[in-house]
Design a protein around this ligand. Structure first.
Ligand code: ADP
Ligand code: MG
Length: 243
């Protein structure tokens, strides 16, 4: 299967700890894939490797037709084609919300400030935060900060969004507003790989669920199969925790 993002045989160790043991994963255009698995199974490491935020030890990663795992590749240029959002919001605390959203467009993509700000204002309206543009992140709730982080990630029209447990650090009452935004992006055709523990969300929004256990993909398929009729004992044991 050819995909917008295709990784094969990804291996990654930290010291003598083998964290990814030969992972194959593909994301088709407009596909939404939920990456599930216990804490420590390697979800974040996989996302970081795919996003070129962590060097891989073995394997290949293609973004479109380009082998982005080739060591000669300009990582900054590739990272500019991807959007990443993490569990901790990682906004720049000394910058306004508007400047957080425009920074990459201005610095990496060299967009003129006026154009970047016009686009950022649109995006902030899109995530329901038009009135917060001038505020600093610490004035915002966790859910609002995470919506800014998403606006920042999509400001450069990334080909793929890599979302790493973006609701895990939020108070329960703020989770919904962030998931709602991801749901909208998905319905508008974004290509998304999302590590999550929100099984109901994965069931409703993901096209495919990938279950990672101890650095290996144990099972994957449509949510209706993997979440409701898991074939593998390890998948069943993992899902039993959520019922
Ligand atoms: P998950 O996101 O599924 O919880 P992680 O990818 O964060 O899993 O971690 C998988 C394993 O890799 C864990 O045992 C973790 O301690 C280890 N690990 C992750 N990042 C590093 C690192 N930078 N250095 C050493 N070990 C790491
Ligand atoms: Mg993680």
């Amino acid at each position: 299967m050819s995909g917008i993002l295709t990784a094969t045989g990804i291996r990654k160790s930290f010291g003598d700890r083998d964290v990814l043991k030969g992972v194959d994963v593909t994301l088709g255009a407009h596909e939404v894939v939920a990456l599930i698995g216990a804490s420590g199974s390697g979800k974040s490491t996989l996302l970081r490797c795919l996003g070129l935020l962590e060097p891989i030890d073995d394997g290949q990663i293609f973004l479109g037709d380009e082998d982005i795992s080739d060591p000669r590749v300009d990582g900054n240029r590739v990272r500019a084609r991807l959007g990443a959002v993490f569990q901790s919001f990682n906004l720049f605390p000394h910058l306004s919300v508007l400047d957080n959203v425009t920074l990459a467009s201005r610095v990496v993509h060299r967009m003129p400030r006026r154009d970047a700000e016009a686009r950022a204002a649109e995006l902030l309206a899109r995530v329901g935060l038009a009135d917060k543009a001038k505020d600093h992140p610490d004035r915002l709730s966790g859910g609002q900060q995470q919506r800014v982080a998403i606006a920042r990630a999509i400001a450069t029209d990334p080909e793929v969004l890599l979302l790493d447990e973006i609701t895990s650090a939020l108070d329960p009452e703020l989770v919904g507003e962030v998931l709602e935004l991801v749901r909208d992006l998905a319905s508008e055709g974004a290509t998304i790989l999302m590590a999550t523990h929100e099984m109901a969300f994965a069931r409703d929004v993901a096209d495919r669920v990938v279950f990672l256990d101890a650095g290996t993909i144990v099972e994957q398929g449509p949510p209706s199969s993997v979440l409701r009729h898991p074939q593998e004992a390890r998948t069943r044991a993992f899902l039993a925790r959520f019922t």
